[in-house]
Design a protein. Structure first.
Length: 269
């Protein structure tokens, strides 16, 4: 496993305007690559916007659709992997279910992983989306095992622990974290990184959108529970390193995963 500099794009783009959001993504990819990043992560539903009502279904596309091809071109242009959120329609039928998804595109433009949000938050998401059923989705990137989940998913410790047991080194969590739940970004994410011994990148939307106010505070937390970089409450690009040597040492010294007694946990399920 090698180290991987990871950039977080904290932005809501322009809700409903895919072309504009792709331009924002291209500019961020250029800046991130110039800073030495090998991976750029974007927020939940960055491609289309979050609070866009029936625009969710109108703009939904398959995992290999035009959005994926456009992001692939950006990735190749700047030699950087990109994780982006989008509404996914699994089949072209307009009446087919739509998932709240996140896709990882490699620096060569190849599709590496596609994840569908498993835990939908609130009436808005349950109205427009169908939950996914695969809890652990991973890909290898520059020797780092990368896992993906979305927003509310990370608030369930079982989800993150499943990634830990599957060997995830860096968990990417595009999110649309809103007021008054900023304690998740401030407190829950560092704890998740510590208790499951991995890096967690939490990348948020920011500002008002429809009925929601997104709080920003995107961060990359390490396995020691220390935040390596954190954005504020405005549109921002931040980055930090996923240090392979430090992760290995931390896992050797932290007993959580070794001291588990899964034979006692049957009542949980």
């Amino acid at each position: 496993m090698s180290s991987l500099r990871t950039a977080l794009l904290q932005s809501s783009g322009r809700p409903g305007d895919v072309a504009y959001n792709l331009r924002v993504l291209r500019d961020a990819a250029r800046e991130a690559a110039a800073a030495g990043a090998g991976l750029l992560a974007c927020p939940e539903l960055f491609l289309t916007g979050y609070a866009i009502g029936d625009g969710i279904h109108r703009l939904a596309e398959p995992a290999d659709g035009p959005g994926a091809r456009a992001v692939g071109e950006i990735a190749v242009e700047h030699g950087i992997a990109v994780l982006y959120g989008y509404p996914e329609r699994a089949v072209p039928d307009e009446g087919a279910p739509v998932h709240n998804s996140a896709q990882l595109i490699g620096p060569d433009g190849a599709r590496l992983a596609n994840y569908r949000k498993t835990h939908l938050f609130g009436c808005f998401e349950r109205e427009w989306f169908t939950p996914g059923e695969q809890p652990v989705v991973q890909a290898e990137l520059d020797g780092v095992r990368v896992g993906v989940m979305i927003c509310y998913d990370v608030e369930f410790p079982e989800n993150v622990r499943a990634h830990a047991l599957a060997g995830t080194d860096l968990l990417l969590v595009p999110t649309a974290q809103m007021h008054p739940f900023q304690f998740v970004a401030e407190s829950v994410i560092p704890v998740r990184a510590f208790e499951s011994q991995m890096y967690v990148a939490y990348v948020n939307r920011v500002g008002a959108e429809g009925e929601f106010e997104f709080v920003g505070l995107s961060c990359l937390a390490g396995p020691d529970g220390i935040v390596r970089t954190r954005a504020g409450r405005t549109e921002q690009l931040v980055h930090a390193d996923v240090d392979a040597a430090f992760l290995k040492e931390s896992r050797e010294n932290n007993p959580y995963l070794h001291d588990r007694r899964p034979e006692l946990y049957g009542p949980l399920t």
